[in-house]
Design a protein around this ligand. Structure first.
Ligand code: FAD
Length: 399
């Protein structure tokens, strides 16, 4: 592939999002360099718990320019996805530099319209554009429960959970019922924990992964452009077919509609074992955690329990503030104000991918965003030298 001699486009993060952008840029003859803070591509998938499989189908989860091999089955296992990402970087001959963490991004002062990246070891790298693909699940987040600092029990974030082995025979409290909490609770119940409870603040929408062979993801794709209110209404109508009634087990059907909850940041839970575990009495639902007190966990109804271990499946932060917080490109929740092919008006050439949590599957969205971003960057011509010099002069005068 022929590349241009200009400054490269820097892509920050070698997860699926960053790799997809680099591959689509390269396919258009744009030089792209991926900077990855860890030692390998697909780091977040290397670190997930052992039994994790994609809950989106193989066919709807591949990245541009390479299908996920058929041999990996319909629901791709975690380790196979890592293999796929390695093969993806190799097939597209991507320029991935590992061990380089980008700390801060700034506008180049030379009038080129480019960007300067401050990275590991005092590096200053200048790119014609930057794509931030540092991940939705960047930094584990645990609520600031009163008593957290002095809690005497065993507490880990879900990111540290691998398999049920260390919990054999133990009394475990999983906090949070997103996809991760739900699956860890099921894994513990199936894997020999003595007692498993799951603390729930708001009952989620729990969907069957497939209904009569039809994957929930396909429904998500069909409705993703429809108005939220309409999708909520359709969801209510279909609820008894696509989501089991778990009211007798402490999980009443949510009052807020499915699409409204997704809009507010709570994706529906795809059932991969929790429902069976609840019905078998192997997982018990308890109220949300309010505080920690010595060895005790205080629940929202005032009950105090003393589990042997507490696993906080309480989510992640985007943690974009140190990188781009000073550029006025984040909203009040710390999410980029733009996505895909759009750059903020006051920060042209700065792109973001992977900071939404779509109903239709994140990998699919990452693949589509990659094409859009690459198309836009490939079309954007660098400013003529004369214009660059003029802008540089203006900046210096303003100082
Ligand atoms: C448990 C779990 C299951 C999921 N299952 C599915 C599924 O079935 N289907 C689906 O479509 N989606 C799924 N997702 C959502 C999404 O597809 C994945 O999170 C995916 O890995 C996102 O890719 P990404 O490239 O945006 O981020 P990541 O995979 O998180 O990659 C970001 C990369 O950036 C690097 N990085 C971060 N900061 C810096 C920095 N400052 N400098 C340099 N490098 C940096 C990180 O080390 C990492 O390698 C799941 C997510 C989770 C957490």
């Amino acid at each position: 592939m022929v590349t241009t001699p200009q400054e490269p486009v820097y892509v920050i993060g070698a997860g699926p999002g960053g790799l997809a952008v680099a591959a689509t840029l390269r396919a258009r003859g744009v030089r792209a360099v991926v900077l990855e803070k860890s030692g390998a591509v697909g780091t977040s998938w290397r670190g997930h718990y052992d039994r994790l499989r994609l809950h989106t189908t193989r066919r709807l989860s591949g990245l541009p320019g390479l299908r996920i091999p058929r041999a990996y089955g319909r629901w791709v296992a975690r380790a196979d996805l890592v293999r796929y990402l390695e093969a993806y970087a190799e097939k597209h001959e991507l320029d991935v530099v590992t061990g380089v963490e980008v700390h801060r991004i700034e506008r180049a002062e030379d009038g080129t319209g480019g960007w300067v990246l401050h990275a590991t070891g005092g590096r200053r790298l200048t790119g014609r554009a930057v794509v931030v693909a540092t991940g939705f699940n960047h930094t584990p987040s645990v609520p600031a429960w009163p008593g957290l600092d002095t809690y005497e029990g065993d507490l880990v974030h879900a990111r540290e959970y691998r398999n049920p082995e260390p919990y054999a025979g133990k009394d475990v409290l999983v906090v949070g019922i997103g996809n991760t909490g739900a699956e860890i609770a099921a894994d513990l119940a199936e894997g020999g924990a003595g007692r498993v409870r799951i603390a729930v603040r708001t009952a989620p929408h729990i969907l069957r992964r497939t209904t009569a062979g039809w994957p929930a993801q396909r429904s998500g794709i069909l409705v993703r452009r429809l108005p939220v209110g309409l999708v909520d209404l359709m969801g209510r109508g279909l609820a008894r077919f696509v989501s089991p009634d778990l009211t007798p087990y402490g999980l009443p059907r949510p009052t807020a509609g499915l699409a409204s909850r997704v809009r507010d940041g709570a994706i529906a839970v795809q059932d991969v074992g929790l429902v069976a575990a609840l019905r078998a009495g192997k997982v018990e639902v308890v109220p949300a955690v309010e505080a920690l007190d010595g060895r005790e966990v205080v629940l929202a109804d005032g009950t105090r329990i003393t589990p042997d271990a507490l696993i906080a499946a309480t989510g992640y932060r985007r943690a974009l503030e140190p990188l781009v917080g000073h550029l006025d490109v984040l909203d009040a929740r710390g999410r980029p104000i733009v996505r895909g092919a759009h750059s903020p008006r006051h920060a042209p050439g700065l792109y973001f991918t992977g900071f939404t949590n779509p109903i239709s599957g994140m990998l699919r969205e990452l693949a589509m965003d990659a094409e859009r971003i690459a198309r836009r960057i490939a079309r954007t011509k660098p400013k003529p030298k004369q214009e660059q010099r003029q802008e540089q002069r203006q900046r210096q005068e303003q100082k």
